[in-house]
Unconditional design. Structure first.
Length: 581
């Protein structure tokens, strides 16, 4: 049945012709109209509140007008993390560097949420102001002491910031054995309890092994051009990256189990974002990795400490026509409210995103054209999420974009722009979306070259806000000024047998005749970390009928009916929904 569906979809949507001589995978895809837009109002309105809120960091990532190397082009992630445990989301922004006269003041920065709509820079006091070529970020309480820790990926040694619980962090990567190789370019990371022992393990993804001394100059080969224009080289033609899996030993240190676990059984790929969740429904966390210009990876957990890559067999390795894509970001959600985790993946320009519908038993179907998300192939997509923006009970899509070649601004022959707007797609139900970017507020009118995006309710007003990294520019804070009577529920989990942050849990909420699923993830979007609290829009439903939690320990637990427009704290093993303080 699944094979028949896939063959029918392929026949209905003939493949595009890929441009294989380019450094980046692209498909020459044309915009596909999603039809006449509905006349429903879209009530979520996004305003960039970053300047007024005090998020004054400017990202430095190579030269602003010309990129010598691919290292300067991919940007970094951002994180929403409640580092001080006060119930408010703080902002951690990963910074980059330059090859020419690096600026020592260009450091990653931590901003504390003051609870009044603003942020205070606490970088120095927290001890996280490192300079260098930062990339991805993930978060989780790896030592189960009650405070969420941070892992930050770099070109060179990575950083593991153990949260002291006293307003600061201690860098522990080398001591813990997770610093990585000096010549590695680590792109993403994800905490995951892959063996269900209650301790968070760590997966890191390496984009490539990068050495500017041996990297060809712009225009040197066919993989150093974009539509005839000389540009930096890669990723094709440059040394591949890989992935590393570290097992948490429980004493503050980790051991490399990449070979014995099967993670190293696959080679030759350029890895970006990793998302770890139970995609197959067997109670064990799997790992999906978006890869650039090489097949994606889907490591299914065998339940015995090992993984097997089944990306091709499950429909997640390529697009619906079997082509490699320039994969960047991952959004994990349940867009059709069937209780199963679906995936949206962003790709390079000239291509559609992927909308991988979970058919059950670990089988996925890419339905991007039928879903109506083929309207904007001109954008290079990065941070993305399946998230309910207007609290109507259906998960929408928020995607940020930006090209990698600033040289396009001086090119008249190529109809593409370095700075691009974000896009918002409203979920219409029935597996269909429509582009409502022009209805989504003044923030979406901005044109930036954006990369990482983190999703969460920073002002605790019941709707989702978005924190965005912009290349060689200020950060964006898209505050959602939703004016709606729709209801919502926010769920915070606390593991007891499971890891304390309950990373890897799947929460299912039954309300209004539907069942919605959300996963608690350590990394998603584009190499970023979103709110560990799960947000559910409820529409007109005035009560939640039941909450079901599949804990990382393997335990399934039901919690009783609850009210709406509130945050609940669910503690593993207690079976009672508590009002979160």
């Amino acid at each position: 049945m699944v094979l028949a569906v896939l063959l029918a979809a392929w026949a209905a949507e003939p493949p595009c012709a890929p441009l294989r001589a380019q450094g980046q995978a692209t498909q020459r895809a044309s915009a596909v109209s999603s039809g006449k837009r509905s006349d429903k109002p879209f009530l979520a309105k996004f305003v960039d509140a970053a300047p007024a809120a005090g998020l004054d960091m400017r990202f430095v990532y190579g030269d602003a007008k010309s990129k010598q190397y691919i290292m300067e082009a991919n940007g970094s992630g951002v994180a929403w993390v409640d580092y001080d445990g006060d119930g408010r989301l703080d902002a951690f922004l990963v910074n980059g560097s330059t090859f020419d006269a690096p600026d020592a003041k260009a450091v990653s920065r931590l901003f504390r949420n003051d609870g009044k709509g603003g942020f205070e820079d606490v970088t120095a006091a927290a001890g996280v102001g490192r300079s260098g070529w930062g990339t991805g970020v993930c978060a989780g309480d790896y030592d189960n002491d009650g405070s969420t820790d941070l892992y930050v990926a770099y070109w060179g040694a990575n950083a593991l910031y153990r949260n002291t619980g006293k307003g600061g962090f201690q860098e522990q990567a080398a001591q813990a054995g997770v610093a990585g190789g000096a010549d590695e370019w680590t792109s993403g990371c994800a905490f995951v309890d892959f063996d269900r022992d209650g301790l968070l393990d760590l997966l890191t993804t390496q984009y490539q092994r990068f050495d500017p001394k041996t990297t060809p100059k712009a225009g040197a080969t066919s993989t150093c051009q974009w539509k005839g224009m000389p540009v930096f080289c890669g990723p094709r033609g440059l040394p591949y990256g890989g992935a590393t899996l570290y097992h948490n030993k429980g004493d503050g240190s980790f051991e490399d189990v990449s070979e014995t676990s099967g993670i190293r059984s696959v080679r030759s790929y350029y890895a970006f974002t990793a998302a770890a969740a139970d995609f197959t429904g067997d109670g064990w966390p799997d790992i999906y990795v978006a890869c650039d210009s090489t097949p994606n990876l889907f490591f299914i957990n065998n339940g015995d400490g090992t993984f097997t890559d089944f990306a091709t067999e499950t429909g997640l390795g390529f697009n619906e026509h079997g082509n490699e894509q320039g994969g960047m970001g991952l959004g994990i959600g349940d867009f059709d409210n069937d209780g199963q985790l679906d995936i949206i993946k962003t790709n390079f320009a000239g291509d559609y995103p992927n909308v991988y519908h979970n058919l059950g038993d670990g089988i996925f179907e890419d339905i991007v054209i039928r879903a109506g998300l083929g309207a904007n192939p001109q954008y290079v997509g990065w941070g993305v999420q399946l998230i309910d923006l207007d609290n109507d009970g259906l998960q929408d899509v928020f995607q940020v974009n930006g090209h990698v070649y600033p040289e396009l601004d001086a090119q008249k022959a190529i109809d593409e722009a370095f700075r691009q707007p974000g896009v918002v797609y409203r979920n219409l139900g029935g597996g269909r979306f429509e582009d409502v970017t022009d209805l989504a507020g003044p923030g979406l009118e901005q044109k930036r070259s954006s990369r990482g995006a983190a999703f969460g309710d920073f002002d605790n007003d019941g709707d989702i806000d978005v924190l965005v990294m912009n290349m060689n520019d200020q950060a964006s804070l898209f505050r959602n000024d939703l004016d709606s009577s729709n209801h919502w529920l926010r769920v915070k989990l606390r593991g007891t047998t499971s890891n304390r942050d309950a990373v890897g849990s799947v929460i299912r909420v039954k309300a209004g005749g539907a069942t919605q699923a959300r996963a608690v993830l350590s990394q998603d979007s584009y190499i970023s970390h979103s709110d560990l609290r799960a947000h559910f829009g409820l529409g007109a439903a005035q009560k939640v009928n039941a909450i079901l939690v599949q804990w990382p320990s393997g335990r399934s637990e039901s919690f009783p009916a609850a009210g709406v427009d509130r945050e609940l704290l669910l503690v593993e093993g207690e079976g009672e929904a508590l009002a979160s303080p």
